[in-house]
Design a binder for this molecule. Structure first.
Ligand code: FEO
Length: 394
């Protein structure tokens, strides 16, 4: 692949992982991903911003060789997670004069995770800068995007922000910059939903911090760069600050069609009342799509049969996931069926303690749903539509 120069002396030197389909053995990657690393040459010093996943460390070293990098002074580790730090040991092996620049917390984590010797580090405080000669790298501490040790790097003279995961997207592409806005919006929203949404309140603070900087280019460590930063800044602003929308997300499982019939009926009843619904059959759904839908939803209705006196295990998994992602939901309800009894509602409600929501009256049908059950679903649809209207969710 041709190496790309962003500006004179600033290069993209990362790796594109076209075939990776799962991150953290959890998150689907339908479009692969990239681990972006950037090489900055100043008139006196050279800095590498982040590295790559250890599985692709040879790609990074090869790129550095191809542009003739003989020495590196600073390896900036914005984030300790191994998809960006994994190749630091090899880079230090190839460039033994280099020091790792990071937050104090990141230093501890890199020692724990990668056994990097303590003497290899320079730690930096918030707003501290290092001089590369004619270029200045400033470091902005930004904890919890999405680990506690994270920071952003800002190249003052060129107005480039290197935010690592923040603003990133899991997208394997040879495009240096965003070219297909729709595709990148979807990938970045998926990324936000899966990785950043649990830290929405700290993300708000970090977005405010970034406002103080003049930025021409945002160069994240996953996905393409933004040469029109307002595109992603505006999107993040909406995801993080906006009120929920008039949307119900309905993840469900059905075993013998009873719960499915209830889901089908409730979806119709909600749509008839002007509520948007996003329905997910958990037996086949991509959990990234479910996470994305949660970004804007005001209400989740969980649909489940009762299995061995409990919710279906796939539904329990989804409930734990929703609880972990902490979306800005306001209401939750549960619908479904049972054969002879169980503790489905109590157990599901206990699985979502992080959600500051009102639980709306559940509807459980004994066996196949009958007239009274459908009436109860109509009532639930009324309640949801009214609550959304009261709160002006549009
Ligand atoms: Fe891309 Fe949190 O690592």
């Amino acid at each position: 692949m041709k190496l790309r120069e962003i500006k004179p002396g600033i290069y993209w030197v990362g790796a594109i992982d076209w075939d990776r389909r799962l991150f953290d053995s959890l998150i689907p990657l339908p479009d692969g991903t990239s681990y972006n690393a950037y090489l900055i040459k100043g008139s006196q010093k050279t800095a590498l911003i982040d590295t790559v996943d250890s599985t692709m460390q040879d790609v990074l070293i090869n790129h550095l060789n191809q542009i003739g990098i003989k020495s590196i002074d600073y390896v900036v580790a914005n984030h300790a997670e191994q998809d960006h730090s994994g190749a630091i040991p090899q880079v230090l092996g190839e460039y033994p004069e280099a020091k790792v620049v990071c937050t104090p917390k990141c230093k501890d984590m890199l020692i724990d995770l990668l056994m990097i010797p303590e003497e290899m580090f320079i730690t930096v405080n918030d707003k501290e800068a290092i001089l590369l000669g004619d270029r200045t790298l400033e470091f902005i501490h930004a904890p919890w995007v999405h680990w506690p040790e994270t920071m952003l790097a800002y190249l003052r003279e060129d107005k480039i922000l290197f935010p690592c995961d923040f603003f990133g997207s899991h997208l394997a592409t040879t495009d240096l910059y965003v070219s297909d806005k729709g595709q990148v919006y979807e990938a970045a929203k998926r990324y936000y939903a899966e990785i950043m949404m649990p830290f929405r309140t700290t993300i708000q603070k970090n977005l405010e911090k970034v406002k103080d900087y003049a930025i021409d280019i945002i160069a994240p460590s996953h996905g393409p760069m933004y040469d029109k930063p307002e595109f992603i800044l505006k999107a993040y602003h909406g995801w993080v600050f906006d009120e929920p929308k008039n949307i119900v997300v309905l993840p469900y499982i059905s075993m013998h069609d009873s719960t499915h019939k209830m889901v089908e009926y409730l979806v119709g009843a909600l749509v008839w009342r002007g509520v948007t619904v996003k329905q997910f059959d958990l037996a086949v759904t991509d959990i990234g799509k479910l996470a994305m839908a949660l970004v804007d939803a005001a209400t989740v209705v969980i649909g489940t049969p009762t299995v061995l006196a409990s919710p279906h295990p796939n539904v329990a998994y989804a409930a734990i996931l929703v609880n972990a992602l902490r979306p800005k939901l306001r209401f939750v309800s549960i619908i479904g069926s049972y054969g002879w009894g169980g503790k489905t509602v109590e157990q599901l409600a206990a699985m979502i303690p992080n959600l500051k929501v009102e639980i709306l009256e559940p509807v459980l049908s004994k066996g196949f749903p009958k007239k009274a059950d459908f009436r109860a679903l109509d009532n639930l649809a009324n309640t949801i539509a009214e609550k959304h209207k009261e709160h002006h969710f549009a």
